[in-house]
Design a protein around this ligand. Sequence first.
Ligand SMILES: Cc1cc2nc3c(=O)[nH]c(=O)nc-3n(C[C@H](O)[C@H](O)[C@H](O)COP(=O)(O)OP(=O)(O)OC[C@H]3O[C@@H](n4cnc5c(N)ncnc54)[C@H](O)[C@@H]3O)c2cc1C
Length: 348
Amino acid sequence: MNTPRILADHDLQPLNTLAVPARAARYAQVGDEASLREALSFARAEGMPVLVLGGGSNVVLPARFEGLAIQVTIKGVEIVAEDGEFVYVRAGAGEVWQDLVEFTLQRNLQGLENLSLIPGTVGAAPIQNIGAYGVELDTVFESLTAIDRQSLETLAFDAPACEFSYRDSIFKHRLRDAVVITAVTFRLRKKGELNTSYAPLHEALSAIPANELTPRQVSDAVIAIRRSKLPDPAEIPNAGSFFKNPIVSADKHESLKRDYPQLVSFPAGAGRVKLAAGWLLEQAGWRGHRQDGVGMHAAQALVLVNPGRREGEYVLEYAARIQRDVYERFGVMLEREPVAYVPQGETA
Ligand SMILES: Cc1cc2nc3c(=O)[nH]c(=O)nc-3n(C[C@H](O)[C@H](O)[C@H](O)COP(=O)(O)OP(=O)(O)OC[C@H]3O[C@@H](n4cnc5c(N)ncnc54)[C@H](O)[C@@H]3O)c2cc1C
């Protein structure tokens, strides 16, 4: 069946982990490429804007979207090739990310273990080059296929074409809202050293000799750390880290370090330094702050929480206040991590 059901006036609040109240004039779920093309053609014929959704765990939605919201549910995970060193696994864009991680762990493949338990879908993972505990998606990315939202052509992207960088890719810039990703292929190692460079992970696994460590053990440790630190969106609505760690020049870092000797930072390549946004927020007093149903999580200053289920518009206003405050104190502009579809939020 390739004709998607187009529903009217659909409730998107249960479909975004920040739980902002949101409705779409039209909504369709697409489970295969033919349905996706049909839905895109429908929107084009009606002159409607399109909003693509996976698991809704990295978006700020508007109260009302006057267009077609397309939720991608294309499934399927398979091994497509293998050589001496690597196994290549392709997954449909609508696969739940953690289900893919589990598929690879069951086969003792290496590469996704540090990215365990990140919410959302496979198709959204390249959008911001998801990362956690010392690993980013681009280290295991092989290629993806996508459909051009205008021409409906099938496109293929290798890693350089995706222009990956820290929580970023071409799909957040030049190709923002231009393509729909349908499948992603990963290059996973059969063996080799696992990445336990992130200090709490290293500590949690220190009792196991490095040559005996398995991807499953790393995954279990990552999951335990994540559960202890991050609020479950089912209990406290949130979208994970709301701001990226800002990258500044070495000079700027030096001058901040003079004023704040405790500043937490990491090298970020030639003459650049990454600052811990959570540290800046904590210093500025935002950790645990609450106002009118929105706030910053008490156990993790970087996570904006929305227990009051306030509208996306208000969430972005609150975030903008934080951005102004941090800028005034430290001269550093925090960049938002989730993709905002609320018009007034487009400035940050
Ligand atoms: C508790 C929590 C913890 C998190 N931890 C992390 C973390 O450790 N690291 C990290 O990187 N992120 C993290 N995130 C953010 C989020 O999980 C990831 O960004 C995830 O990849 C988003 O997937 P999604 O399917 O929910 O995307 P959505 O929120 O549905 O969409 C995000 C963006 O991708 C676009 N998009 C979605 N699917 C497609 C597609 N098939 N084709 C084209 N565009 C598409 C959307 O249009 C939107 O612009 C966390 C979020 C939460 C709630």
